[in-house]
Design a protein around this ligand. Structure first.
Ligand code: GMT
Length: 378
């Protein structure tokens, strides 16, 4: 198939999923065209079967707000026409669905068909979509899509309720390449000393440091763990709450035990170094960061929100708590890190869940099958 993919190409779970999906589809022989304002950050530009089309927005002085949505729609239509795309797949409803709808209508005027699928990731629905001013246009984009997928059953149900959508929403969960995200003992032996000494436990957090991630809770939990045993924390990512996290680390006197490594492309090399992941988010429609860690045999202390319990089974492959319950999260983390046998069992169960249920090899065919069905019925 010839597939156009649009996403937010910078740091964020939806962009990661869209990019990894494009990479996996290209590896299976499909021709993939990314149509975005910059090259998605996990692409090298050298992958076979992958093309990148930049959306340039004209900065004409009259435009106080340059019309990105229109520039995107135009580029989508051009690329679809020139490369004879079979389908557009947009990630994140706003504004991508509406731009795709416009592109579809532009091509229809020339007698060309261009079905489009919208994948909902969470914040497009739970935060942005529920801003009253965006609700009608988000709903319109969803309803007009030829196919809609959601990354968890929770997000599907939430979308139906909040937007009164009655049309079918297919659940296709997040996925991970289990050959790339895997604990390689030689690599761990070589890299771990950079982050922790052999007698120290290493905890990790990976996010875009938005308030919804509750990075301050990560610091609070870690400070209690560090008071109970030799431990270090690796923080991967960057974003608006980084300064607040640094400030809190200073206040709690754990700044010397924390390494802020910033945004990283190859998180698959860093995650396996850790013993435990902390994901105390206010909301997660799925929790891709926890899945990536699980594939690397790193279980999570996480919150029981959104679609997280579709991934983490409390007590088996991770531990779940109420949002903000720093006391319980700290107590549980300390107990788990002291119990070598239980930690090893949980690490194995985490890897097994990723392999059995969320490997790219299992999930990508679900997308291919869905593409076929949408193309056949449009
Ligand atoms: O979590 C974020 O801030 C980024 C956000 C996004 O839309 O890029 O992530 C969402 O999509 C991810 C990939 O599908 C999911 O794994 C995350 O759970 C989801 N985030 C939230 O629902 C808060």
């Amino acid at each position: 198939m010839k597939i156009g993919i649009t996403c937010y190409p910078t740091y964020g779970g939806s962009g990661v999923v869209a990019t990894e999906l494009g990479i996996e589809l290209a590896a299976r022989g499909h021709d993939i065209h990314f149509i975005t304002y910059s090259q998605p950050f996990r692409l090298t530009g050298r992958e076979a079967n992958i093309h990148f089309h930049e959306v340039a927005v004209s900065n004409y002085p009259l435009f106080e707000h340059p019309p990105y949505d229109l520039a995107l729609a135009t580029r989508m239509a051009e690329v679809a026409e020139f490369y004879s795309l079979d389908l557009l797949h947009v990630h994140y409803a706003i504004p991508h669905s509406v731009s795709a709808l416009l592109a579809q209508q532009m091509l229809a005027a020339n007698g060309r068909k261009l079905p489009f699928i919208t994948t909902l990731h969470g914040t497009d629905i739970t935060l942005v979509g529920l801003d009253a001013s965006y609700l009608p246009i988000t709903r319109f984009g969803i309803v007009k899509s030829d196919g809609v997928t959601a990354i968890s059953g929770h997000l599907r149900d939430r979308t139906r309720e909040a937007f009164a959508v009655t049309s079918e929403i297919e659940v296709i969960p997040n996925f991970v390449n289990c050959d790339v995200y895997v604990r390689n003992p030689d690599l761990v032996a070589a890299m771990r000393p950079r982050f922790a000494a052999p007698h120290e436990r290493l905890l990790v957090h990976l996010s875009n440091f938005r308030p919804v991630k509750r990075v301050q809770d990560v610091i609070k939990v870690f400070a209690r763990v560090a008071a109970a045993m030799p431990a270090r924390l690796m923080l991967i990512g960057d974003g608006p709450d980084r300064s607040a996290a640094e400030h809190l680390a200073l206040q709690l006197k754990v700044q010397d035990r924390i390494q802020f490594v910033g945004k990283q492309d190859n998180v698959n090399e860093l995650l396996p170094l850790a013993d435990l992941m902390l994901m105390p988010s206010e909301m997660e429609s799925f929790g891709l960061a926890a899945l990536e860690a699980m594939a690397c045999s790193v279980p999570s202390i996480a919150t029981q929100v959104g679609g997280v319990s579709e991934l983490i089974e409390d007590g088996s492959n991770g531990l779940l708590f109420n949002v903000g319950d720093v006391d319980s999260m700290s107590t549980a983390a300390i107990a788990l890190l002291h119990d070598e046998g239980r930690l090893a069992a949980m690490s194995q169960a985490a890897r097994k869940t990723a392999q059995d249920r969320f490997c790219a090899s299992r999930i990508i065919p679900l997308y291919e099958d869905y593409y076929d069905r949408v193309i056949a019925r449009t």
